[in-house]
Design a protein around this ligand. Structure first.
Ligand code: GDP
Length: 296
């Protein structure tokens, strides 16, 4: 197992005992270790560069007080900066719309959209006492529509039927009409994903967004995606005004560096974390705890 950043830095600082401040001359070696730790956690390279530059500015001239050594001070600066970056702007789901509040789910196939749609339905029912309707606009995979039906049932929400011979646009309008007439508080719209970014998919989801004018547009991304998460995030950010991120599969063994990359690239807050395949495996994202995981 790789040693933690704290271990590595304390090895480095043996020679710097008694120093009262972090200086330019000793910060370089330490930042190299921080850079390695972030790359090992699968944070994308350009994001690492940016982050290191910010940390360097904050670290220089920091006083080393009491029993701390410069390495410990730097770890604390890095941890704080990481948590602040990943946690910036976090708020609960915004439902402040004329009901139904519409939540559009976006992301690649396999990211966890359908599972997360049902997890969110359960969250909204239990924590916010909402009446929730789900619908699938994935007309390419009948199995995806059936999957949403099954997991929606597990969540205790209602599911609106759709079929592969319908247009996503028409499905959206029919579901919205049903939600209005039956006084649903929230309409969760699951969408089609592809294995890779594709222009037709982006055009379709842009059209769905224009049709529905959702209050939340959530980008669902697999934490195990590592470096690739950056390209996916860029493409979805260009296509849609994202209002939040759901980082899935954090129960896996990735260090979850994708959180920093995706947060930085999209500018959208990470609202939830998927922590198991089960319907209750959704947590409100905790940036401070996640910073500890990324740093190892
Ligand atoms: P979609 O294609 O984006 O709709 O993805 P799915 O919701 O079908 O999820 C793809 C796979 O990932 C399924 O096997 C899910 O059970 C699994 N999955 C989704 N979220 C999580 C999670 O947070 N943790 C784990 N371990 N598996 C997840």
């Amino acid at each position: 197992m790789a040693s933690t950043l704290t271990d590595r830095l304390s090895r480095l600082v043996k020679t710097m005992r008694g120093q009262a401040r972090i200086t330019e001359s000793n910060v370089q070696d330490m930042l190299r270790e921080v850079r390695m730790a972030l790359l090992e956690a699968d944070v994308a390279l350009p994001v690492v560069r940016d982050f290191i530059a910010r940390v360097k500015e904050k670290a220089l001239g920091q006083e080393v007080v009491g029993s701390l050594n410069p390495g410990q001070v730097l770890v604390s600066v890095v941890h704080k900066e990481l948590a602040a970056t990943m946690g910036a702007g976090v708020a609960d789901l915004n439902l402040a719309a004329q009901p139904p509040a519409i939540i559009l789910m976006a992301g690649l196939q396999g990211a966890g959209k359908t599972t997360t749609t049902a997890k969110l339905a359960k969250h909204l029912i239990e924590r916010r006492k909402k009446k929730v309707l789900t619908v699938s606009a994935d007309v390419y995979r009948p199995a995806a529509i059936e999957q949403l039906k099954t997991v929606t049932r597990q969540a205790g929400a209602e599911w609106f039927p759709s079929a592969p011979d319908q247009k996503p646009h028409d499905i959206a309008l029919a579901a919205l009409d049903h939600a209005r007439r039956h006084f649903f508080d929230v309409l969760l719209v699951d969408t089609a994903g592809r294995l890779a970014i594709d222009e037709a998919l982006m055009a379709e989801i842009r059209d769905l967004h224009a049709t529905l004018n959702p209050i939340e547009t959530l980008f669902v991304v697999d934490a195990m995606q590592g470096q690739d998460a950056v390209n996916t995030a860029k493409a979805f950010k260009e296509a849609l005004p994202l209002t939040g991120i759901v980082l899935t599969k954090l129960d896996g063994d990735s260090r979850g560096g994708a959180a920093l990359s995706v947060r930085q690239i999209t500018g959208a807050p990470i609202k939830f974390a998927g922590v198991s395949e089960k319907i209750d495996g959704l947590e409100v994202f905790d940036a401070d705890r996640h910073a500890g995981r990324v740093l190892g």
